[in-house]
Write a protein that binds this ligand. Structure first.
Ligand code: HEM
Length: 461
């Protein structure tokens, strides 16, 4: 049977379709292009062929490790400048250190280990609550900034036993600023011809400086541990002393540093963005806020949540799941066919190793799975066994297969603990009631210019 050419927008000589990609928020362009060209289209980005798929059917077809592997996209190739062959940006198959690190480090974030981190997570959460209480109802809160303090401090304290104390500073932690700028510049570099990257000297200097800031923090944490060794099965000790059972090998020093950068980035950026989206959707949907509040008041009241209550509040889980469906902070992932292949029952041919970008943000709104109200925030669609009964791969905000998120249990526990602590103590309101969602993108997305107030609750349960 003959295959059909993959739809493609008209292109400009030399630049291809590069100019049709929004420089600040690329996901915007991918959504617009999908509306125009459909569930599969092909871009020529300054000589690089990029297929973009956006439907559930295609997401499900390419979520198959026998036919497809994780492609390191041009943007991730740039991120490799800092993270190299660490998890997340390693080529696998291809780079042995991915397999060794994966086997050594997976246990660091097992369900049991994450439960053991509960008290340390609570410690950091209390600092956020205290800050909001002290500043009072008049203070304009930038939730993305405070959630960044929280999640960055939490991953560092819980997995490296190292305190960053971000809540004691008016400025964001230098790591967070350097990382945001580094990720944004990595994205820009991947969408522009190489000669532009080479001639923009000041951008280049800044890019190198930002990497140095990140690696300096990692050096500081490593030196501190070497000077003050502790006996604890935390991520840092596992990285330093762990041996892979299959090969007997440990992680080389350079790879340890790069993996630490990955954990500091991946361990906080996506969680803080997701928490910010959750607050946004709850404030836009007072009914959901009320139901969640009632569940927390009834099941927990005003005492601290305990580790045994994690995963036991159904409406809370539904709210988080529904937010991650509508607003996955990792909006897309890259994949490629292992061999020449076709998709959609032989309709389109895709040569092996072609870069395919899967728009998770679009696929998770496919009306074929989610109905005509797919764009609406409705936690009820995740309740009463409906989440468990979804078709395979319909909900995929944590990625897929062997390259799926290693920190899922960590993030899941952290988000629950933080939301319960906040909603127990505060009534939240939007600073600007007419605010409508806009995105800020630095490889991952979060709400832009979203501000709130936190008013201590009077009608405590
Ligand atoms: C990978 C999402 C939290 C560490 C991924 C991937 C996604 C993701 C989509 C796969 C990316 C791809 O296919 O290219 C999220 C979300 C989070 C979250 C939405 C929070 C809500 C965390 C946390 C940690 C973490 C807390 C660390 C403790 C990692 C690592 C990888 C990864 C190391 C790379 C795995 C590999 O390539 O082997 N995450 N993540 N993530 N995540 Fe997360």
């Amino acid at each position: 049977r003959m295959t059909t050419p993959i739809p493609s927008p008209p292109s400009i000589p030399f630049l291809g379709n590069a100019t049709s990609i929004d420089k600040e928020v690329p996901v915007r362009s991918y959504i617009l292009l999908a509306r125009q060209y459909g569930e599969i289209y092909q871009l020529n980005l300054a000589g690089y062929t990029q297929i973009v798929v956006s439907s559930y059917e295609l997401l499900n077809e390419v979520s198959n490790q026998e036919r497809f592997y994780k492609k390191i996209t041009p943007a991730l190739m740039e991120v490799r400048n800092a993270t190299g062959d660490a998890l997340f940006t390693a080529h696998a198959p291809g780079e042995e250190n991915w397999y060794i690190a994966h086997r050594i480090l997976m246990p660091a974030f097992s369900a049991t280990n994450v439960r053991n981190m509960f008290d340390d997570m609570y410690d950091i959460t209390s600092q956020l609550v205290l800050k909001w209480e002290r500043f009072g109802p008049g203070h304009v809160i930038d939730p993305a900034a405070d959630f960044t303090r929280l999640t960055l401090d939490a991953i560092t304290f819980c997995s490296m036993s190292y305190r960053l104390n971000s809540f004691y500073s008016d400025e964001p932690h230098p790591f967070a600023t350097a990382m945001t700028d580094f990720l944004a510049e990595s994205g820009r570099r991947s969408n522009q011809p190489g000669f532009l990257t080479a001639i923009k000297r000041s951008a280049l200097n800044k890019y190198e400086q930002d990497q140095k800031v990140m690696l300096d923090l990692v050096d500081e944490i490593l030196n501190d541990r070497r000077e003050h060794p502790i006996e604890k099965n935390d991520l840092l000790n596992i990285m330093l002393f762990g041996k892979d059972k299959e090969t007997g090998k440990g992680l080389p020093d350079d790879n340890i540093k790069r993996n630490l950068v990955v954990f500091l980035i991946a361990g906080h950026e996506t969680t803080s963005g997701t928490l910010t989206f959750i607050i946004y959707y709850l404030l836009k949907n007072p009914d959901a806020m009320r139901k969640l509040r009632e569940e927390i008041d009834e099941k927990i009241g005003d005492r601290p949540m305990t580790v045994n209550e994690v995963n036991k509040l159904p409406y809370l889980l539904a709210v988080i799941r529904e937010t991650m469906r509508l607003a996955p902070t990792v909006t897309a992932r890259g994949t490629s066919p292992i061999n020449d292949t076709t998709v959609l029952n032989g309709k389109y041919a895709i040569p092996k190793d072609t870069s395919i970008l899967i728009s998770i943000a679009m696929a998770q709104r496919d009306p074929k799975v989610w109905g005509e109200d797919a764009g609406e925030f409705r936690p009820e669609r995740m309740l009463d066994g409906k989440f468990e009964a979804l078709p395979p791969n319909a909900w995929q905000p944590f990625g897929f297969g062997m390259r799926a998120c290693i920190g899922r249990a960590f993030a899941w526990q952290e988000m629950q603990l933080v939301l319960v602590a906040i909603l127990q103590r505060f009534d939240l309101v939007m600073h600007d009631p007419s605010y409508s969602l806009e995105l800020k993108s630095s490889l991952t997305v979060k709400p832009k210019d979203f501000k709130i107030h936190a008013i201590a609750r009077t009608g405590k349960p």
